[in-house]
Design a protein around this ligand. Structure first.
Ligand SMILES: C[S@@+](CC[C@H](N)C(=O)[O-])C[C@H]1O[C@@H](n2cnc3c(N)ncnc32)[C@H](O)[C@@H]1O
Length: 392
């Protein structure tokens, strides 16, 4: 398509907006109820998105060729078999999409959701969405389309289901064929593609305490006889003498492995524990350590580190895990600092480096991370929409 108009529902900070503009689209309507996102939308695109979609009449929405929506996932009603799809979806945010499509017969739709939308509510949610789109006259792909930035060389693993639809009631039985070529192997990516070597803002640096804890665990990793640790290390269980009875199998198994690890490395671990005063100054979750790098790297400082409730996790520097709202921001071992807001933007393919029209993230750092975590990856949507427009 050359030039087209699109609408951006549940628009957040405009991940779809970015992608559609890159393909020649012009936004004619946006809807979002989060005030912080509204402010960023206005600032970046010069238009208001401050509209609750539940309060807009479909007849008041301008004509458009593409409807975009990363809609929140909700369960549909279990009303009896004879109840129509409209009744089953009523009250949900998906229903808002349905009523707009029913009126506008929008030629193309691009919807995005979490991967487990497909299995949500025992498959009921997915089935009702597919049936509703079909009833509205949309052809969709035969199988759920799962895409992730890492398929396209962007170092973030974020698998999402993308629903592409083409209004074509005459050929409703023909599945939509889309082609993305060959996906890049996950191992071939590198986080350094999106990272700044020099980050002058010191507030991203890890704290002295965090550096001490990571140094301790790195010494631990260097000192033990195992290089591939296939289980979580739980320092509090090294000397466990209690019973394993009544514990779930997985837990009993991990405890046994920790006891064995300790016994095989007793001399080293005892001196390590002594040096770090039995980890007394460590927060409880920092007594636990997960090494998920096999033998591919040889130090914590070469990995990506996450301080999680389940412990300190180290992963390979190929990809970041999905940036999601409000979780701990990953630490880049090599730089001893957290991922910056600008780097988070690059992980979601927002054009923060564009010299003519750069995307401006929220000045409030926590808001900015949250907004990128909630957003779609721009490149994934751009590729998906491009494939849809070319589809047969
Ligand atoms: C997963 S986010 C979508 C983010 C967006 N696609 C982006 O790229 O930034 C879903 C959004 O739906 C918004 N939302 C929820 N209920 C809404 C409503 N009734 N009207 C408009 N937006 C709503 C939420 O505030 C949230 O920001």
């Amino acid at each position: 398509m050359e030039k087209f108009k699109f609408i951006d529902l549940f628009s957040g900070i405009g991940g779809f907006h970015q992608a559609m503009e890159q393909l020649g689209g012009k936004c004619v309507f946006a809807s979002e109820i989060d005030k912080f996102c509204n402010a960023q939308y206005e600032r970046n695109y010069g238009m208001s998105s401050d509209i609750n979609i539940r309060e807009v009449k479909e007849t008041d929405i301008p004509e458009h060729e593409v409807l975009c929506a990363g809609f929140p996932c909700q369960a549909f009603s279990k009303a009896g078999k004879q109840a129509g799809l409209e009744d089953k979806t009523r009250g949900t945010l998906f229903f808002e999409i349905v009523r707009i499509l029913k009126h506008h017969h929008t030629p193309y739709i691009v919807l995005e959701n979490v991967r487990n939308l497909v299995s949500h509510d025992n498959g009921n949610t997915w089935r009702i969405i597919q049936e509703s789109l079909r009833e509205l006259g949309y052809r969709t792909t035969k199988d759920p389309l799962i895409l992730s930035p890492h398929y396209f060389g962007i170092p973030q693993i974020r698998e999402r289901v993308i629903i592409l639809g083409k209004y074509d009631p005459e050929n409703i039985d023909e599945p939509l064929n889309v082609d993305f070529g060959k996906y890049k192997a996950k191992e071939a990516n590198s986080i350094y593609d999106v990272l700044d070597e020099d980050e002058s803002d010191d507030s991203y640096r890890i704290s002295e305490y965090e550096e001490m804890v990571l140094t301790a665990w790195d010494e631990f990793y260097q000192g033990i006889n195992l290089k591939v640790i296939g289980f979580p290390v739980w320092a509090d269980y090294f000397k466990y003498k209690g019973s394993l009875e009544g514990l779930p199998d997985w837990k009993a198994g991990f405890i046994k492995k920790n006891v064995k690890l300790y016994e095989e490395n007793k001399e080293f671990i005892d001196s390590w524990l002594k040096k770090y005063k039995n980890l007394k100054g460590f927060t409880a979750t920092h007594h636990k350590f997960e090494w998920q790098c096999g033998e591919n790297i040889s130090s914590i400082w070469e990995g990506v580190i996450q301080f999680r409730p389940s412990g300190i996790r180290v992963k390979m520097p190929n990809n970041f895990q999905a940036l999601v709202a409000m979780v701990q921001i990953p630490v880049i071992g090599k730089y001893k600092r957290r991922l910056s807001v600008k780097e988070a933007a690059r992980l979601q393919s927002f054009p923060v480096d564009n010299t003519e029209k750069p995307f401006l993230p929220d000045d409030n750092r926590q808001q900015a991370y949250k907004q990128f975590g909630n957003s779609v990856n721009v490149e994934v949507i751009r590729r998906a929409a491009e494939a849809l427009f070319k589809s047969e």
